[in-house]
Design a protein around this ligand. Structure first.
Ligand code: SF4
Ligand code: SF4
Length: 329
């Protein structure tokens, strides 16, 4: 009998689901090896289908997306009960991901922007979603929109982590086959190499070893030399602080690494590590000059915590208005 597996999405853009489809002909090998019993994005599965399985009956659940709503929390808990192993699939599930940048704002600020201030709105009454609403047609209910975004392991126990935005297909294939063949590493493992991206980058030889950065540039401000380390050219490349496994795909397209594979195992806070790695290469010993150079970096949180604010030591922006944010857990 084939192992049963589930795929599910929480606060997700759909790119991780696309990555499964991107297995192309390999997806056939995957479906040969496992029985996909729950994949609502691709096939018409319902919550009741999942309820019908015994606890622990599924071999694994691959869950992508961060957790923002009560429905996502409930589904994550249900999948945890039904599956022997839970794999946090993609940067959002592993670290909070792009949706986690919403932790820079309170729940109220987000609702204000989306339902009252957005220029394209037609909402004269300023109505916002309610948990319970009585209508002539019947009673309506919506999931609670929590005050913060969480990574999957901030909600349920997670067995394995498959990072990337979206995870590289080679790593997905290897993870599924390891599951099928019973070769999974110890619980808590990240299913990607535990070395920095620079180690698999074609520009490793020209990576700066000593401080040399005199200013930072954004990708649209220069045409990079395709044969030289992007960091050397002043582009903020997070390769020195980010886990390998993607084959340096972005670098091959002359785009600096933005950190989607997350940190290596020894790193406590990915953003702080990346900031430290970049700051140590600024060519100055004068504090005001270093501060001025660092001040040139646009959107520091979006640069250094783009994929991992919820899982970081910061987790979210905290300020007085936050106390009135809405449904708390
Ligand atoms: S990890 Fe990237 S591709 Fe996957 S859901 Fe999040 S934003 Fe989308
Ligand atoms: S800093 Fe970026 S471009 Fe330079 S070697 Fe590392 S990954 Fe490659």
């Amino acid at each position: 009998m084939k192992p049963k597996v589930a795929f599910y999405w929480c606060a997700s853009c759909g790119g991780c689901e696309e990555a499964v489809v991107d297995l192309a002909q390999d997806v056939l090998a995957v479906t040969e090896a496992v029985e996909i019993v729950f994949w609502p994005v691709a096939l018409d599965f319902k919550r009741e289908d999942l309820d019908a399985f015994a606890d622990g009956e599924l071999a694994a659940a691959f869950i992508n997306g961060a957790v923002r709503t009560s429905e996502q929390e409930e589904m994550a808990e249900l999948l945890r009960r039904k599956a022997g192993a839970v794999v946090a699939f993609g940067s959002c599930a592993c670290h909070g991901g792009i949706p986690g940048l919403a932790n820079l704002y309170s729940r109220e600020e987000i609702l204000q922007c989306v339902y009252r201030d957005a220029p394209s709105l037609a909402n004269p009454e300023g109505a916002t979603p309610q948990l319970e609403t009585d209508m002539p047609e019947g009673h309506l209910s919506l999931p609670a929109f929590y005050d913060d975004v969480r990574a999957l392991d901030q909600v349920i126990d997670v067995d394995y982590y498959l990072p990337g935005c979206a995870p590289p297909t080679d790593l997905i294939r290897a993870a599924v086959m390891a599951l099928v063949e019973g070769r999974l590493p110890p619980k808590g493992s990240v299913l990607a190499p535990d070395v920095a991206l620079c180690s698999e980058c074609q520009h490793a030889a020209s990576k700066p070893q000593t401080p040399l950065i005199r200013g930072f540039k954004r990708p649209h401000e220069l045409l990079p030399d395709p044969d030289v380390c992007l960091l050397t050219q002043g582009l903020i490349c997070l390769g020195p602080a980010t886990r390998a496994g993607c084959g340096a795909a972005c670098i091959s397209a002359n785009m600096p690494c933005s950190g989607c594979m997350g940190p290596m195992s020894r790193v406590v806070d990915h953003g702080a590590k990346a900031l430290s790695a970049i700051a140590s290469l600024i060519d100055s010993t004068e504090a005001p000059e270093i501060a001025a150079r660092a001040g040139e970096i646009p959107d520091p949180v979006g640069t250094f915590y783009r994929y991992g604010l919820p899982a970081s030591l910061l987790h979210r922006r905290v300020y007085a208005a936050h106390a009135n944010g809405g449904p708390q857990r």
